[in-house]
Write a protein that binds this ligand. Structure first.
Ligand code: GDP
Length: 471
């Protein structure tokens, strides 16, 4: 579905507009002081067409110093993800410099942008909306999110700017049976086809989220990876206010570490720090392609690690498990035990994080800079793997070879797959055309996933399925 982003500084009525559009009143996600809101998605239908809408949110109003970077982040999210952007301003107040900054960033981005001048509740106020043309928008629309006026006109314009409706992902019969489709495959791996979704073609930049519970060494790892010595790393260090993302260029590939200020942010109490780590993980995952799930080697996988790992898995991002502080498990163990056996240790991690069986696992010491280099290599690998595309010809030849009798699925739960096709990359998503419109039995899904992995890899990435019954 096309995506519409709503941007704006705090208190302009962004959430009211968002709630009006989605009909939902529950847009507040995190209630932790200092992290008011996470990014929120909703769905909207207008003139017979569906779209998704995102409130870029996440503003930290009680911290003036963070506002510029927050504005920048919002604009970045909107420009990267959305097809069309609505910026909201308060029509009853003077323009503030964050408004101008946000407008400037959005207007430069080359996407359709609309200015909604909010709180225009009366006729007299309405005239004032014209003043906001100074921000440089061609499309200026007075609205009252509270009372609902002007919303229809706004939606008409925004929907008209969306890309044409996508064709159904169901492949045509022609595509499946045509000789050329089959012949094509004989020449070896196919180039990635150009897709509508941005960034799926020839990707040179990988966005990386460093996630994990407090004190596992996320900031230390970030410093080791970016070569930065600026951040103060200690369990009690406060917020480091610096650039939102940090980019490392290597061998023609950019590694973008998302929201590095967030990675370094520490909660004041243990409980707060733990909650914050979950909120941050979710936020960072949204902005990323690949996540580094950092585990403290001394403590092993805890419930909170598993929880955060679960979010990573569900997000569809690729995952690399990074066991950090391995230096403390080798010769110089502080607990007096003999050095840990790496194979045994890996098995323990695997057992505790079963659903991440596709994630490569690395042992590192961020503090000593050991094996940090391998992180870049693995990121590049999984970034490539998640964008891999299998042609329908290859897929169906594979399907013919699979012995589905081997899947331990009760007879009644079996489904017949007529054919399947890869509908999307990042994460690889397959559409299965089946005889029954039922959810796959979990052991069938696992069986199929393993078969796909054995044949095509997709290292580090979850694999998603969609079922379509044919009748
Ligand atoms: P974060 O909360 O996940 O960002 O964790 P920090 O990066 O702040 O690290 C927490 C503590 O663990 C700090 O005292 C670090 O010096 C220490 N630490 C981080 N990485 C390593 C490592 O590889 N080995 C050892 N021995 N200590 C580390």
């Amino acid at each position: 579905l096309p995506l519409i982003a709503v941007c704006g500084r705090p208190n302009v009525g962004k959430s009211t507009l968002f709630n009006r559009l989605t009909g939902s009143r529950r847009s507040i996600v995190g209630d932790e002081p200092g992290i008011t809101r996470d990014r929120i998605y909703g769905e909207i239908e207008w003139a017979g067409r569906d779209a998704r809408i995102v409130d870029t949110g996440g503003v930290i109003p009680d911290d003036e110093a963070l506002i510029p970077s927050e504005i920048f982040r919002q604009a970045q999210v909107a420009l990267e993800e959305a097809d069309s952007i609505v910026m909201v301003v308060d029509g009853r107040t003077e323009l503030a410099s964050p408004d101008r900054e946000l407008a400037r960033l959005l207007l430069r981005g080359g996407k359709p942008v609309f200015l909604a001048v909010n709180k225009m509740d009366t006729q007299e106020l309405l005239a004032g909306a014209e003043n906001f043309r100074r921000l440089g928008f061609r499309n200026v629309l007075p609205i009252s999110a509270e009372h609902g006026s002007g919303i229809g006109d706004l939606l008409d314009e925004v929907f008209a700017s969306l890309p044409p409706e996508e064709v159904d992902e169901e492949p045509t019969e022609v595509m499946l049976t045509a000789e050329d489709e089959m012949a094509e495959d004989e020449d070896g791996p196919q180039p990635i086809r150009k897709l509508r979704t941005h960034g799926e073609y020839e990707q040179r930049e990988t966005k990386i989220a460093i996630i994990g519970r407090p004190n596992v060494g996320k900031s230390t790892l970030l410093n080791a990876l970016t070569g930065s010595k600026r951040a103060i790393v200690s369990p009690i260090a406060g917020t480091t206010r610096d650039a939102v993302d940090e980019v490392v260029e290597r061998g023609g590939h950019s590694f973008r570490f998302v929201d590095t200020a967030g990675i370094r942010r520490k909660g004041k109490t243990k409980l707060m720090a733990e909650k914050l780590s979950v909120v941050m993980a979710r936020k960072h995952l949204e902005a990323a392609d690949v996540s580094l799930l950092v585990i403290d080697a001394v403590e092993g996988v805890t419930a909170l690690d598993a929880n955060i790992g679960g979010y990573a898995h569900e997000s569809g991002r690729s995952v690399i498990i990074v066991v950090n502080k391995w230096d403390l498990m080798t010769t110089a163990r502080t607990d007096g035990k003999p050095p840990a056996d790496i194979k045994v240790y890996e098995q323990q991690v695997r057992d505790a994080l079963k659903y991440l069986d596709y994630a490569p696992l690395l042992f590192i010491s961020a503090a000593e800079g050991k094996n940090v280099e391998s992180v870049f290599k693995k990121v590049e690998l999984v970034a490539r793997e998640r964008r891999k595309r299998v042609t329908t010809g290859q897929m169906n030849r594979f399907l013919e070879k699979v012995d589905f009798q081997k899947a331990s699925v009760p007879m009644a739960k079996r489904i017949r797959i007529y054919y399947m096709t890869q509908a999307a990359v990042a994460p690889p998503t397959f559409v299965l055309f089946t005889d029954k419109d039922v959810k796959m039995h979990f052991s069938f899904e696992r069986f199929l996933t393993n078969q796909i992995r054995d044949n095509f890899g997709f290292i580090g990435s979850p694999i998603w399925f969609k079922i379509k019954a044919r009748n």
